[in-house]
Design a protein around this ligand. Structure first.
Ligand code: HAM
Length: 434
């Protein structure tokens, strides 16, 4: 029997769990500041929830099986279909806009590599019920604010942003027929990662003439001002440019303008997106996407629910963890005890006095540990040092006036207390030794 978990799955030993907790705490702290409320759904869903609505890539990566009741089911590979199903089921009753977040563990059977595992935790932040572009700006600003909270700046990370409606308008303006758009999307999605000739070949296969193909291949280098200057008068494009300009202005006002980069190659692999889409990347280009999302206005309706506009993003714990670690911004470890309680085993009231002391300190919300057996005092203190205790409480009720001695780790001076004074002092120091 191997001691290793399955490929692409992780054990979280306490120090790694502390890193995960830091990431989760930061996510929760920021999204709550934006008035999002937490929800969750089942980790196992009917298979058809994904086969119809997610992108092909995710569907080929499903962990699926037939359960004992003959139902085809799948472990959730993403949260959006569950979210859409849950909101759809109560669409009438919910206050709009719905602003919800979740921290699900997701499962995708993909080739494991740097930044890609077979399970990951993913912060999902979604808004339903508002079509205004102010909502798109609100959404991306949450993702960016999270980067700030982790200690990153716009020189570390950028949000690459596009709009599927704008892209469709451009393709229409270039006289490319709608059935060909998915092929163009697929090429744009891979433009950075595959050789230019391969992209050109794929466009030719899709029946796109050489000149037009060149224009599409040139989309990589276009900034927003250039697109405005070049296509601003095209009726199929103009309304989408105007909306996008408004979006950028709102992002500026929300204080995240410096992080934004217009980028027509961001199309997102998932099938349901309909509007503004974005992904966050590190500026060095060292890691995969930190986060991705966008507007998916038709998903709720197509899952048989009410016709409501929606948008959201997912941010995994793996890539952000790698990025923070590489920048020295994830220096957390498991929490050591604040107090280590010790008592000489020869004392007449040992170990009861030590146990009463630990109990009193825990009631004062302190993190307390002690040796779980009778031991020489030296051994107990040595165990406390190994545990990384912040302070030692040495119990000696035979000393009449102040039978509780406190010594901070790494210090020689001691303070003497009664038990009442000790717990009062510990409470006033918010559970940690000063
Ligand atoms: P996604 O682009 O598939 O979107 O995933 C979002 C993020 O989750 C990625 O940018 C990446 O950080 C992380 N991620 C995805 N797959 C893996 C993996 N195998 N290992 C580690 N991390 C991974 C979605 O899932 C959409 N449902 C997001 C969304 C929410 N859109 C609207 N609302």
């Amino acid at each position: 029997m191997s001691h290793k978990p399955l490929p692409g799955f992780r054990d979280f030993y306490p120090d790694q769990f502390a890193e995960r907790a830091h990431i989760f705490d930061t996510w929760r702290r920021i999204v709550r500041r934006y008035a999002f409320q937490e929800y969750d759904g089942p980790p196992l869903e009917p298979l058809e929830l994904y086969t119809q609505k997610s992108g092909d890539e995710i569907v080929t990566q499903l962990y699926n099986f037939v359960d004992k009741g003959e139902r085809p089911v799948a472990m959730r590979p993403e949260m959006t279909p569950t979210f859409a199903r849950m909101v759809g089921a109560r669409a009438q009753a919910l206050r709009k806009p719905v602003r919800w977040f979740s921290l699900p563990q997701l499962f995708r059977y993909e080739r494991t590599q740097k930044g890609r595992l077979r399970e990951h935790f993913q912060l999902n932040v979604d808004i339903v019920g508002e079509a205004d572009v102010m909502t798109d700006a609100e959404l991306v600003s949450v993702a960016i604010e999270i980067m700030r909270a982790f200690g990153l700046t716009h020189t570390d990370v950028r949000a690459r942003v596009s709009d599927r409606r704008l892209l469709n308008g451009l393709l229409e303006h270039l006289a490319i027929a709608e059935p060909t758009w998915p092929a163009v999307y697929a090429v744009l999605d891979k433009l950075e990662r595959q050789p230019r000739e391969v992209s050109a070949e794929k466009l030719a296969e899709a029946g796109i003439a050489g000149d037009t193909a060149e224009v599409i291949l040139g989309f990589t280098s276009l900034d927003f001002a250039t697109v405005q200057a070049r296509y601003g008068d095209a009726p199929a494009v103009k309304p989408h440019l105007d909306r996008f300009a408004q979006y950028l202005a709102h992002c500026d006002a929300l204080g995240v303008g410096a992080w934004m980069r217009f980028d027509l190659t961001i199309v997102r692999g998932l099938a349901y997106y309909t509007g503004i889409v974005f992904e966050l990347f590190d500026n060095v280009g060292e890691f995969r996407a930190i986060c991705g999302g966008g507007r998916y206005d038709n998903l709720l309706k197509s899952l048989g629910g009410t016709d409501l506009p929606a948008l959201g993003f997912g941010m995994g714990d793996v890539v952000i963890g790698e990025l923070l670690r590489s920048r020295g911004l994830l220096q957390v470890s498991a929490t050591p005890p604040a107090y280590w309680v010790a008592q000489s085993p020869d004392a007449p009231d040992a170990p009861a006095a030590a146990l009463r002391t630990a109990s009193a300190l825990r009631s004062a919300e302190c993190i307390v540990e002690y040796a779980l057996k009778s031991q020489k005092l030296d051994k107990q203190l040595e165990a406390g040092r190994k545990a990384g205790a912040g302070a030692f409480v040495i119990v000696d009720p035979s000393s009449a006036d102040a039978p509780w001695r406190i010594r901070r780790a790494g210090h020689d001076d001691q303070t003497f207390f009664t038990l009442e004074a000790l717990t009062a002092w510990a409470s006033s120091h918010s559970g940690t030794p000063a």
